[in-house]
Ligand binder design. Structure first.
Ligand SMILES: [Zn+2]
Length: 439
């Protein structure tokens, strides 16, 4: 049955219409498809702005295909979409099958017939598809809901883009460091949206004008939701400490690294608030790890492959928020659903669980990557001022600092905190909806 479907599915993907229509409080903007021009002009003003991409679709015709295993929807504006019957049954929106208050499925998979076909399909007023199933259960699907979930390659790509905002801007020493007032980010949704979306796209944003005392990062954590607690506490103080339990708590140079690869799920976001800055040294350095990983792939494919396949042991043992004895295995270049750089030379373990003949080639590959990280065209150096908070993507950027002179008094003090990208992305999606609907 599935092979028979492939032929016309491809055709449907080509003709399925998808518009980038954005309706905001009755005002429509951002149109890319000439197909939908008359359509949006007709509906503008009558559409509620519940969603930023609320497309008011009309259905011309609906039919069943392939022994009732597929439903085909023909759109008024042209184009068609194809939905498998099993998917429609699985996603029935009735109160027996779906809990609206939680926006979650109630229907257990145990009760789903994976070979189900529709018994009957009816179009109601061009806006709703009603399906009767063989056991007389009925499901209703709104045209807009169906339209957003069209299985065409184009429609799926657009939906994924809306959900994950994958656009990235790679940079080197030419980085124009994005800067915004801290207070604005706390008070204005539009500024917070700009902050988070830039953080996602560029990987770094400096917030300026925070008070020069501890506690500002807790406010920033509340702005997105909450901070991530680790063994170094809810927030942590970066300063020269006697018997430091972390290399960051000295006045020495810190080579490029990502924080906390010793955690199974390293924190995606890092915030560093400058409370006191030394006059001699202590400059911050950042590098776009994704950009450099791409360069490594171009210049030394073998090294890239070794770093993206070898599991490296990391360790961290000590006492801070509580006592800890951490071990973890990470690929330096973690290429999967997301790319994540896991590299911290300080916590890379002396234990190395790979065959002996692979050790030297690993070092050679890592050396090549670190050489590229440090090459002047890739690095960006800046010096934090008291009141600055640098926020950055700890899965993407590697950061470091230049050494500074330590004395009897504390000459440099940063407060740091982590947050998860899950929390950041959740806030970003909510802010995006709020801000786009307000316009
Ligand atoms: Zn149902």
């Amino acid at each position: 049955m599935w092979t028979a479907v492939v032929g016309f599915r491809t055709k449907v993907q080509q003709v399925c219409s998808h518009k980038l229509l954005q309706v905001q409080k009755g005002r429509s903007t951002l149109i890319r498809s000439p197909l939908c021009k008359s359509h949006w002009q007709n509906t503008a003003g009558s559409v509620q702005a519940a969603q930023p991409f609320n497309m008011s679709e009309m259905i011309q015709k609906v039919e069943v295909l392939d022994a009732n295993h597929f439903v085909r929807v023909h759109w008024e504006v042209g184009g068609e979409s194809l939905y498998p019957s099993v998917w429609l049954r699985d996603n029935c929106q009735c109160p027996n099958c779906f809990l609206q208050s939680a926006k979650a499925r109630k229907l257990p998979l145990e009760d789903l017939d994976v070979n189900i076909g529709v018994k009957d399909v009816t179009l109601i007023g061009g806006k709703k598809v009603q399906i009767t199933w063989p056991d007389e259960h009925t499901s209703e699907f709104e045209a807009d809901w169906l339209n957003k979930r069209c299985f065409s390659e184009q429609a799926r790509a657009k939906m994924q883009e809306e959900l994950f905002l994958p656009e990235r801007l790679y940079w080197g020493s030419d980085l124009q460091l994005p800067t915004m007032p801290f207070e604005e980010v706390l008070c204005s949704d539009e500024s917070a949206y700009k902050w988070m979306s830039t953080l996602k796209k560029v990987g770094i944003v400096v917030l300026t004008g925070a008070a020069t005392r501890q506690g500002e990062l807790v406010k920033l954590g509340k702005r997105i939701g909450f901070l991530r607690l680790t063994f170094y506490g809810p927030t942590w103080q970066v300063q020269d400490k006697v018997d430091a339990n972390n290399v960051a708590y000295t006045s020495g140079k810190l080579s490029f690294h990502t924080d906390y690869p010793v955690l199974q799920h390293p924190p995606g976001l890092q915030f560093l608030h400058c409370i006191k800055q030394t006059s001699t040294g202590g400059e911050s350095e950042v590098v776009d790890g994704f950009h450099v990983a791409n360069k490594l792939k171009e210049q030394n494919l073998q090294a890239f492959q070794i770093l993206s396949s070898t599991l490296v042991d990391f360790t961290d043992i000590g006492v801070d928020f509580c006592d800890f004895s951490m071990q973890c295995k990470q690929r330096i270049l973690d290429i999967g659903q997301v790319i994540r750089i896991n590299y911290n030379n300080a916590t890379r373990d002396t234990v190395f669980d790979i065959p002996v003949e692979k050790v030297q080639p690993f070092y050679a590959s890592l050396k090549n990557f670190v050489y590229l990280l440090n090459s002047p065209e890739h690095t960006f150096t800046y010096k934090m001022k008291p009141g600055d908070i640098v926020t950055f993507d700890n899965w993407r950027l590697l950061h470091g600092r230049q050494s500074y002179q330590s004395g009897r008094e504390i000459s440099r003090h940063l407060e740091g905190a982590y947050a998860d990208w899950d929390v950041g992305m959740s806030r970003l999606r909510i802010l995006k909806n709020t801000v786009l609907n307000e316009k």
